[in-house]
Design a protein around this ligand. Sequence first.
Ligand code: GLN
Length: 200
Amino acid sequence: MLRIGLVMLQGARHAHLKALNTVSEELKLDIEIFELRNKNDLIECNPNAIVIPGGESTTMRLTGNSLNSQLFPELFEWMRKNPNLPVLGTCAGAILLSDPQDGGERIVDADISRNAFGNQSNSFQSMIYSSLLSRDFPGVFIRAPRFLDLGLKSSAVALLGEEVVGVRTNNRIALTFHPELSDDFGFHKWLLNEALEVFS
Ligand code: GLN
């Protein structure tokens, strides 16, 4: 049984639940999804993989850093201590991984700029190419951030034309789009396969 921690503070969480459940059925893998709202949820989950959804990173920070929750400080340290732990951060999730703002090193080693494609009306869909999946993938970009610069510990795993829209550091993937909002669950499949490999 794989234990998957899904950050449930705000934003596009439910589509990730569906994606993870669909892929686990397809792979005939037993998974348990733990909804992470506070530090204790994380400790109880003791995850084999983590998903940080999109939404509004400022709101997520306020909630995840609140005294009641304390999820983020614990989560970021957990990831730093476990570099092989598979992590998928999408859109706002990618912002948090690239810019954790807890004084520690970046979880995904890249500079990122919020809302850098423009406002809501500049949201768009486009096919991208992912070297992680070795194929094209439908990218859904909603008030998406942009990677400005990749650090030495990162590599590009998804491209929109020449532009990097997915970055990997260790076993953590940050995507500026929403893979859970398409009907292709390739990135969720990568996550579960990776968790299986690392923890079995
Ligand atoms: N613009 C949002 C932010 O800054 C991210 C958008 C998204 O997750 N779809 O957090």
